[in-house]
Design a protein around this ligand. Structure first.
Ligand SMILES: [Zn+2]
Length: 280
């Protein structure tokens, strides 16, 4: 949200609309990138009109902020289906297996090029998982309430305490629309990551039940794809956009949205490499 970005060093990326456009998994729509500029124009923020052309070769620039060195993913499955529906329980198991495999895979190795002095990016781990039904939304929920709820879980010890490496991944139940700063899941985005108080890192994964967030994939492939997108972005830019960021193109995963490869049998998204000058 815009209020979380006030310490931003990126002067040209101030407005709500533009901020949302760059820390989310966009819908499966090749025109979406082009529309980011149009969306920004509609806000009337003249600074945004001065953004470099979107056709420029992407280049992530380090803005001096935090990185996640050895990420500890903690998955939270919030909703009734995750505890009582066999298909969802199976999917949940597979998502946790995906993290276990991916966090020590070449996907993490390739992020090492974004290590900086004092913050060497290396392998991570799945540190735990919890299924929660209490207070689960049935139809919609705002990001602000997700934050309040996550804070409550941390305070109550329902989930592990925050530390500089932990990344809470919150998976929503089927049929729950997530709203964030005037945008909605399946209408504007398929997932996002952010930081609370500039240091408690979390990602939100709405259940992909629309064409725009499935992109022709199975539910599991769509979820692991968008999860890998947010994972790599959270590691390299945990407090958007104070980490590695491209003012024209967004974060590491945005540049390569909806381009995938298979690692350890799981569908993962390609990520931008400054070194290779391509999505790898
Ligand atoms: Zn993104």
């Amino acid at each position: 949200m815009a209020t979380q970005k006030k310490a931003s060093s990126g002067a040209a990326i101030k407005t709500k609309a533009s901020v949302e456009s760059i820390r989310v998994v966009p819908l499966f729509n090749p025109k979406m990138d082009i529309k980011m500029g149009e969306l920004s124009t509609k806000t009337g923020d003249s600074e945004l009109l001065a953004l470099p052309p979107q056709t420029a070769t992407p280049k992530l620039v380090y803005n001096g902020g935090a990185l996640i060195k050895n990420v500890k993913v903690y998955t939270i499955f919030w909703g009734k289906n995750w505890s009582s529906n066999a298909a969802f329980i199976s999917l949940k198991t597979n998502i946790n297996s995906f993290f276990t495999a991916i966090l020590t895979s070449p996907l993490l190795d390739q992020l090492a090029e974004y290590s900086v002095t004092g913050s060497a990016i290396g392998p991570g781990s799945l540190t735990g998982s919890k299924t929660i039904t209490t207070g689960a939304p049935k139809t919609h929920i705002a990001d602000s309430l997700i934050r309040t709820t996550l804070t409550g879980w941390i305070t109550a010890g329902t989930v592990p305490p925050w530390d500089a490496n932990i990344l809470y991944f919150i998976y929503m139940d089927k049929g729950v629309k997530v709203t964030m700063g005037g945008s909605s899941s399946c209408t504007s985005f398929c997932g996002y990551h952010d930081a609370m108080s500039g240091k408690k890192y979390y990602a939100v994964m709405p259940f992909p039940s629309c064409a725009g967030c499935l992109g022709g994939l199975s539910v599991q492939d769509a979820l692991t794809g968008t999860s890998s997108h947010e994972l790599c972005e959270a590691i390299t830019d945990p407090v958007p956009p104070t980490g590695w960021y491209d003012n024209a193109n967004g974060e590491i995963g945005d540049i390569c949205a909806w381009k995938f490869k298979t690692i350890a049998g799981y569908n993962v998204q390609l990520e931008w490499s400054n070194k290779a000058k391509s999505c790898i």
